[in-house]
Design a protein around this ligand. Structure first.
Ligand code: AMP
Length: 284
């Protein structure tokens, strides 16, 4: 992979990297399409990274179908699929990790200790192997892409991090490889995440800026669904993912909710309509 990528760089090609864990869906192919528009060499990785799963999480049962993913990526115009084995990525004696302090401990990091250490480490390794000019991530995992951007900044990485919009089903559910775990009944219940974010957006549109009031609006929807169990539903700053009392700058409404045994996340981006403006726009 290193040799190929180095060759492509020497030829003057612009390299785009799309890191994934496979079980690909439209959310992933949207990243590939964006990379295809902006880069002359698109590399996608499929690697279920053991270091980002907790001991009681779904590493073993995470959906894997490399053959199908290879076809999907080929059809989407990817030049190279990089699908290493865990033993090659983490050979015996592997002891070096990247940790982005502070932000990695909050929200997802608090519920999933060590998760972001695993993410940052594997993404840095992928960047070192592929040396991409651009790397494409989804806003679906907003905290993750913020952490990766921090890492890229702190460690003077050359890769430019590109954040792409959330791709959703017709009923609003954000696409996720983990949606395949949901039964028909759970799949219907899972729409509460989107509904809760819509409720927050509606409050914001009415001029509500108080974080507690926005959280209450989200919780009211989530708690009305018997299959839903809220992990967190908060309003946080877009830079540090710290709780805010009032929405005054770029922020996120962030959710993590168990639908029966499946843990799902989603978010609403809240941004000033223009730099410094008191008007906000909202992106689901
Ligand atoms: P994963 O395979 O879940 O690790 O995701 C790989 C990349 O795809 C990450 O950058 C995710 O944020 C992105 N992604 C996953 N689901 C979506 C979605 N519904 N919309 C946009 N991006 C997504």
């Amino acid at each position: 992979m290193k040799e190929y990528a180095r060759g492509a760089r020497t030829e003057g090609r612009v390299i785009g990297l799309v890191p994934t864990m496979g079980a690909l869906h439209e959310g992933h192919t949207a990243l590939v399409r964006r990379a295809r528009q902006e880069c002359s060499c698109v590399i996608a990785s499929v690697f279920v990274n053991p270091k980002q799963f907790g001991p009681k999480e779904d590493y073993q049962k995470y959906p894997r179908d490399l053959e199908k993913d290879a076809k999907t990526l080929g059809d989407a115009g990817v030049d190279v699929l990089f699908a290493p084995e865990a033993a090659d990525v983490y050979p015996d004696g592997f002891r070096t990790y990247v940790h982005v302090e502070g932000i990695s401990e909050r929200l997802e990091g608090r519920s999933r200790p060590g998760h972001f250490r695993g993410v940052s480490t594997v993404v840095l390794k992928l960047f070192e192997i592929v040396q991409p000019h651009f790397a494409y991530f989804g806003r679906k995992d907003a905290q993750q892409v913020r952490i990766i951007s921090e890492m890229a900044h702190d460690l003077n990485l050359d890769a430019e991090i590109v954040v792409c919009p959330v791709i959703r089903e017709a009923d609003g559910l954000a696409l996720s490889s983990r949606n395949t775990y949901l039964s028909a009944e759970e799949r219907m219940a899972a729409t509460v995440l989107h509904q809760a974010l819509v409720a927050a957006r509606d409050e914001l549109s009415r001029g509500v800026r108080d974080a507690m009031q926005l959280q209450t609006a989200m919780r009211r929807i989530l708690e009305a669904e018997p299959l839903a169990n809220v992990d967190y539903a908060e309003i946080v700053s877009a830079d540090k993912f710290e709780p805010v009392v009032r929405v005054a700058r770029s922020s996120y409404a962030v959710l993590a909710v168990h639908i029966a045994k499946t843990r799902l996340i989603d978010n609403l981006l809240i941004e000033p309509a223009s730099p410094g403006s008191d008007d906000f726009v909202f992106q689901l």
